[in-house]
Every structure is written in C-alpha cells, then in structure tokens.
Design a protein. Sequence first.
Length: 445
Amino acid sequence: MLNVKYHKDLNHNFLIINHKLDEKDQNYQYRMISGNKIGHLLNCKIRYVDEECSFYYEISSKQNLRNLYEKKKMEYGNIYDLLESIREALENLDIFLLDSRCLMLMPEYIFAEPEAREYFFLYYPCLEEADRQSALMSLAEFLLDKVDREQEEATEIVYKIYETIQDNRFILPQILSWFDSSAIEVEEVVKIQEMWSKEEEAEEEEWSGEEDFDRVDRETGEEESDIHLPIVGILSFLCAGAAAAVVSAGYFFTLSREEKLVAMAGTVVLIVMSALMFLYFILNLLKKKNRVKIERKAPVVERQNVERIFAEKDTPFDKKIKYNKMGEYEKIPEEYGNTVFLDTSLYKKENKLYGINKGNKYHISLENLPCTIGKMAGNVDIVIKDSTISRIHARFTRQEDGIYVTDMNSTNGTFKNGLRLEPNETVRIECGDELRFGKMIFCYR
C-alpha cells in the first residue's frame, strides 16, 4: 500500500511517497530520476529523514486523470495522446536504462495540465509487484468508464485495449497502429475552431459594456471641464484686460499707421477670444448648476398622497405620523412591546456560498453535489471568471455528516477560515465558515 500525501510550499505543489529506507535501495534508479529531467516524467527530488526515504514529485498546475475527466468524456484524440505519451515515456526510460515496470499507470498518478495535450507519469522505483500488475488494468477500466460512447471508433479501440490487457498481450506500438491519423487531425481542427469561437464569445462579453465606457468617458469629460472652468474664466478676463491695454496704448503713445493697424487687429482678436471664452464659461457654469440641482433633488411626496396612502392601509403608522405647519411630517416615538421568541428551527439551511468581498457577486448553490469550481468551462460545474482562480480549483462533496471541500491542487490555494488547505486535502465546512479561492471570498450559509 502506497503512503501518499500532498504538500505545498511557497511556489510548488508536491505529491509525496514515503518509503522505509533500505540499504539496497540506494541504487542507480534513485540517482537517475533525482538528477535528471526525463521527458514525460514528473520531476522528482529524494529526501532522507530518520531512516525514511521521501520521493517529492512536483505536480504544480497539473491535474490527475480522474480529476481532469470527472465532468467530461475522453474522445478519440485524447486516448491517442495518452497512449502516445506513454510510448514516449517508455522510450525515455530506455535511454536512461530505467525499469519500465516502475512507471505508475494508475489514473490517479497520471498528470496533465488542463489545456495541454501532454501527459506526465510518476516513476517510483519501489513499486511493488502487485501494484505493477494492477496498474494497467486500472487504466483500462478508467478508459472504459470515460470513453465517449458516441464515438464508435474510440469505443471499439478501448474495448480492444481492455481485452489485450486481460490476456496479457498489451503491445503499445500495435495498439497505436489502430488509430487513424486523419481522424485525429479532423478532431484537432474541430477543437481549434471551438477554441476560436469561445475566444470570440469572450471578447464579445468583454466589450458588451461599451455603453458603460461611454458613460464613464462622458462623466470624466464633465469632471475635466469642471476643473478647467475657472482657468477659462481667468483667461477671458486677461484677454479683455490685454485688449484694453492695447487701446489705451494708442492714447498715451504716438503710433505709426502700420503700428495702429497691428494694434487694432490685435485688439479685435483679443476681444473675440475674450468674448468666446466668457460665453463658454457662462454656459458651462449654468450647466454645472443644473446638474448639481438634479443630483441633489430628493423625491417629493405630496402631503395629500401620503395621507391617502396611509388612509387606505390600516397600519399603526396612522397614529405615529403628524404634520407640522410647513407640511413636513414628524415621527412620534414608538412604544416598544415585549420581544417575541423566534423559532430558528423553522429556517432551513440554505447550503449556499455568498460572495462577500468587493467585486464578488457569485452565489454558489451546494444542493447538487458533487460539484467542481474553476475557470475552465467544460471541465467544471461552476465557472468563476477570475485570474486568481485555477482552471480546476476545488470540489465540494456530500458525506453522511455534512459537506466537504477539497483543494484540487490549485495554484493560489483554498482557504477555510484563513487556514490554507494542502493540495488535495479535504475538510468539512460548517455554517458561517469563510472560504477563499484565490482572492474570491465566500461565506457558507
């Protein structure tokens, strides 16, 4: 039985397998996997503590097969990519003279980045013989369960793979020859087109708020005009003063004919500029006053309407409102009665997450479980569009004693009441708990 746990340090997530140290285990394979980066293998570091050997496999930003295909089916091309990655990994093991039987092919130990088509495998030199024999069968059963039944060719190939593993006739190159490369290329084209269409939809959603931007631009322009308004008024008076100075210069100084013409032209220009700026100043000043009036104007309710409304309704407010001479109403202090006991057993738990931080308007229902949250549409049940949310971030499940949350190896972590969960750690949540995914904060009710 493998002793597996998960750990997160500052920037990395690790899958850790602990193994009791034995002198004969200090072999060539340990040095090869810890000292080299081998294609399609998870990077591994080995640490020795108190006669125990710990294998640290880095799984940052990766998901295992079970999590990756929890909500979707494996298509023809997905199965081919997986088998091709296994073939390439086995070839790399041959280059480093490593035992291919130590490659763990159980779905929970095969990892991939959600949007990539490259798979990474866990190489464990201490894998027991029983686990080696069950690994391929576990993978075959997973493929049978997750294959897209609507694709007849994919379903047929998966059944063939299952039969060859049952009969101990698993020959990978032969299995890969069953795939039609042209069908895979067509599937790739379809996926690319779907990806493009999703990007276009996202762009349309992003720019759907064009009217809001126009409104913001108008408001910004109004604010800028308010700032510049005093400057325009000052410039208007300066131009008028300059025109007066030029005119008075003609009386105090003897000017030639050319100088008089220049002075006259300058005076006309200054007077026109002063008049235009003064007109601009007056119009904007009036506009500003009207805008302030509209903003400050409170809704007025006529006294007759108020009296009619309260007359129609038989409420205690009839005796608690009186009018003064100005037609304004005053409230008479209420008489407070006894406090009535509220039976909280009548209220049902909502089972919802309510966004509580700024900009978080998401309300997540936890009635239909299990459910997964993240930002990768198609792979999760609830999509949260935020840059700090991982593609597959967390999962909620229901057990006999309540609802549990599991961190799905997220980059920015899952927090319960300020405490960060380890990768793949599962904890129970209770009413009033604060949950944080990335920067998105929720309260469970």
